[in-house]
Design a protein around this ligand. Structure first.
Ligand code: PHE
Length: 340
């Protein structure tokens, strides 16, 4: 039995050293250690040995089993390494493969125009400020000389959160917030862009839209300053040969008030479909800051004066790009947006 074991050991180690892949290795494992394996069978035959022989042969058998098993492990690791190396070689990354394309977005047309508007007023010395979209009734109406039950509130029917808190209906409350903050530090020269909300929804009105407010407060500010500023703006945004026209109007927070038209950017003033054959397009509301508004914000209307204006960014965008339905601006249709 001792010879038999030595023989098994010799052939097993020899065969193991010659195995070239993991399948062969597995067959060898079964050949020696499997249920009917050669070594298993020898070990099973131990029962027939005499009590003197048994421990000696048993020890030898265990030794040989351990040696073969160890050899099997070593060989398995070697072969696994070979498999892995081969796989790594085959799976080499091809760095010459072109990268995956992704689409670069563009700025929304509305915000392109908003940027233009901001640039123009920055060039005139205005700085940009912002105010909250959820606003107090006091700033949105009261401090703008629109007391509760004032009929002009109806024009800006809105979304109320409580009786005193609402989504702002215009950017004019930022006028008040700025005057309060900057009190006594003149001149005030700001624009306030942002979202505003009204209960409107059709081809030219959206429940959410954008305005740019303008406010200038200083000593000796005149209506001429307002007109000059707006003419400069109209020419920069719509073209150097534009004219403007001021029509008397009414806002509770300005006096006098004016609605401002620009000569039609489509026909130049001769009359066409875009301007409803009037030659003019309305672009904003404006006026001199009402003395009562100055007073409520803490200024002496005898000492200082100011002008204010407010324009709709959607309207200016539509006029500039010839867009006939406001809702296109909010549909997020790439076929539309990619044109700008
Ligand atoms: N807030 C006014 C509106 O939304 C526009 C406006 C602003 C008018 C400033 C005069 C002065 O209609």
């Amino acid at each position: 039995m001792r010879d038999k074991l030595q023989e098994i050991k010799a052939t097993a180690l020899d065969e193991l050293s010659k195995a070239v892949n993991l399948d062969q290795l597995e067959s060898l494992r079964i050949k020696y250690f499997g249920k009917k394996g050669e070594l298993t069978q020898v070990l099973r035959g131990m029962g027939k040995l005499s009590p003197e022989e048994r421990p000696l042969i048993g020890q030898l058998a265990n030794q040989i089993r351990d040696q073969i098993e160890e050899q099997l492990q070593v060989k398995r690791q070697d072969l696994e390494k070979v498999v892995q190396t081969k796989r790594l070689e085959e799976e080499r990354i091809d760095i010459t493969l072109p990268g995956r394309d992704f689409n670069l977005g563009t700025r929304h047309p509305l915000y392109q125009i908003l940027d233009e508007i901001i640039d123009i007023f920055r060039g005139l010395g205005f700085s940009v400020v912002e105010g909250p979209e959820i606003e107090l009734d006091y700033y949105n109406f009261e401090a703008l000389n629109l007391p509760k039950d004032h009929p002009a509130r109806d024009m800006q029917d809105s979304f109320y959160i409580t009786e005193e808190v609402l989504l702002r209906t215009h950017t004019s409350p930022v006028q008040i917030r700025t005057m309060e903050r900057k009190n006594s530090q003149l001149p005030i020269r700001i624009i306030a862009p942002g979202k505003v909300y009204r209960r409107d929804d059709d081809a030219t009105h959206s429940p959410m839209f954008h305005q740019v407010e303008g406010l200038l407060v200083d000593k000796h500010v005149t209506f001429g300053d307002l007109k000059g500023t707006l003419l400069t703006f109209a020419r920069q945004i719509f073209g150097q040969d534009r004219k403007i026209r001021l029509r008397p109007s009414y806002f509770p927070f300005t006096e006098p008030s004016a609605e401002v038209d620009v000569s039609c950017i489509n026909c130049g003033g001769s009359g066409c479909r875009v301007c409803s054959h009037t030659g003019w397009l309305e672009i904003l509301g404006s006026g001199l800051v009402h003395p009562r508004v100055l007073e409520m914000a803490g200024y002496d209307p005898e000492e200082v004066s100011g002008f204010a204006f407010g324009m709709g960014v959607e309207r200016i965008t539509m006029l500039k790009y010839g867009i006939d339905d406001l809702r296109l601006l909010f549909d997020n249709d790439l076929r539309f947006l990619q044109q700008f």
